[in-house]
Design a protein around this ligand. Structure first.
Ligand SMILES: [Zn+2]
Length: 436
């Protein structure tokens, strides 16, 4: 019954408005329901094996391998936005290489391709560190092959794009996994997981974001290896059937694997990589297990170029000497890409290096999603990133200060990240997304 006094005109208008509202809801659900995901990987273990690098300086010869080095791509798509998240089993993967991949990859804007390194300390040098004998530690032919395989993995992931839903969760990874070598408890035990699941329930990919140095084996054992990340991939893949991808986080100064044995002696054994990798994998799977399904997650990607002064003479010398061709018009500065991604109710920011854990905590606290992921060593890896008050302070920080671009690196990183967060929309909260 029409309310008293309601005119025919009003009733008609009401009907039209209702119709328009339901049509726009329909349009929204159609737009959001087109969320798709695809994933693929390539093995990039050098054959024959190559020396491995755990940091600045000459590489170390190896006689065998444990596990394979891989490059892995997870491509997400929604509402016309496409993003590739790439993980690579190296110490760092500089943009001078990543940009070759970005230039070759078809169907994804270069600015939407995020390339992170796991930071394994037992893989070939991707920087071109001086070898101490007037030459360089990197093998350019091998690096070309890695770039080609990475492009292939991205392309295959694009080709495999299929309707998907997401599960996203954050929780504390329990057990003997990581600790801070400089100050035991100063690390972030939170592990965030993004899992893409097909409508039939099959897992497409599981992304694990956690801060740790994969340096159980290190570079001195004569072994080439993805370190603990290899067993993590294997455990997740055997449990879910989908691809596993690991993105490191704010693990600088000095969040490392807890491979302390009796009397505090490091256990530099493959069995320890297996123990820690499987434990972290099991924890990630436990954390994401009961996460609610996000049936129609929205996807947003922003990128900006950020610039750091290179105050460190050592870092400047490495960049200028490298055969990879970092040389820019201004050797006193480096520029790189910083990304912000909103996916479902999560927000992701990339860090082009090894931020100390206090910076990680601070950024996560200022981000605007319901889950906050930091992809460390992503798009570039310029060494340690400390705040100005940490820089050159404790004796313990001598090494991380020396292996940093300069005193203002951390400040610039924080400032640029906060500006990016402020200039981008917040991810849609789960409760709001459910009503759409
Ligand atoms: Zn490191």
């Amino acid at each position: 019954m029409p309310k008293r006094g309601e005119t025919l005109y009003r009733r008609v208008m009401k009907r039209i408005i209702l119709l328009l509202v339901s049509l726009s809801c329909l349009a929204l659900s159609v737009a959001a329901a087109d969320f798709r995901a695809g994933a693929a990987m390539r093995v990039v273990t050098p054959d024959p094996l190559l020396p491995v690098s755990g940091g600045v300086g000459p590489s170390h010869p190896v006689s065998r391998k444990e596990g394979d080095l891989t490059v892995r791509a997870l491509v997400l798509e929604s509402g016309g936005v496409r993003v590739a998240i790439v993980g690579a089993d190296f110490l760092g993967f500089p943009a001078v290489l990543g940009n070759k991949v970005r230039a070759r990859a078809r169907g994804i804007p270069p600015a939407n391709i995020l390339i992170g390194a796991t930071h394994t300390h037992s893989a070939p040098d991707c920087y071109g560190f001086p070898d101490g004998k007037g030459g360089f530690a990197c093998d350019l032919k091998y690096l070309d092959m890695v770039c080609a395989k990475m492009t292939e993995a991205i392309q295959e992931a694009v080709d495999k794009l299929q309707p998907a839903q997401l599960k996203i969760a954050t929780g504390e990874a329990r057990g003997k996994i990581a600790f801070n070598y400089y100050a035991e408890q100063l690390y972030d035990p939170r592990c965030s997981v993004i899992q893409a699941v097909a409508p039939d329930g099959k897992t497409i990919a599981t992304l694990v974001n956690y801060a740790i140095h994969p340096e159980v084996l290190g570079n001195g054992r004569g072994i080439l290896s993805p370190d603990l990340v290899g067993p993590l991939y294997e455990r997740i893949e055997s449990a879910t059937g989908g691809l596993a991808i690991f993105m490191n986080s704010a693990q600088g100064g000095m969040v490392t694997a807890d491979n302390r044995g009796p009397e505090g002696k490091d256990l530099r054994e493959w069995s320890e990589c297996v123990r820690i990798g499987q434990l972290l994998a099991n924890e990630a799977l436990r954390i994401v297990h009961d996460a609610p399904i996000q049936a129609a997650p929205e996807l947003y990607c922003a990128a900006k170029t950020i610039t750091f002064p290179v105050d460190s003479a050592d870092m400047r010398a490495i960049m200028q000497a490298s055969p990879l061709g970092y040389a820019s018009a201004d050797p006193g500065h480096v520029s790189t890409q910083m990304n912000l991604i909103n996916v479902g109710n999560a927000q992701i920011i990339t860090i082009p290096g090894e931020a100390l854990p206090n910076i990680g905590y601070y950024l996560k606290r200022k981000m605007r999603g319901e889950h906050h992921l930091l992809f460390g060593l992503t798009n570039d890896a310029f060494g340690y990133m400390l705040t100005k008050v940490d820089f050159g302070s404790f004796k313990r920080y001598e090494y991380v200060s020396r292996t940093s671009l300069g005193e203002m690196t951390g400040e610039i990183l924080i400032d640029e990240a906060l500006k990016l967060v402020a200039s981008c929309p917040a991810p849609t909260p789960l409760s709001a997304a459910a009503q759409k």
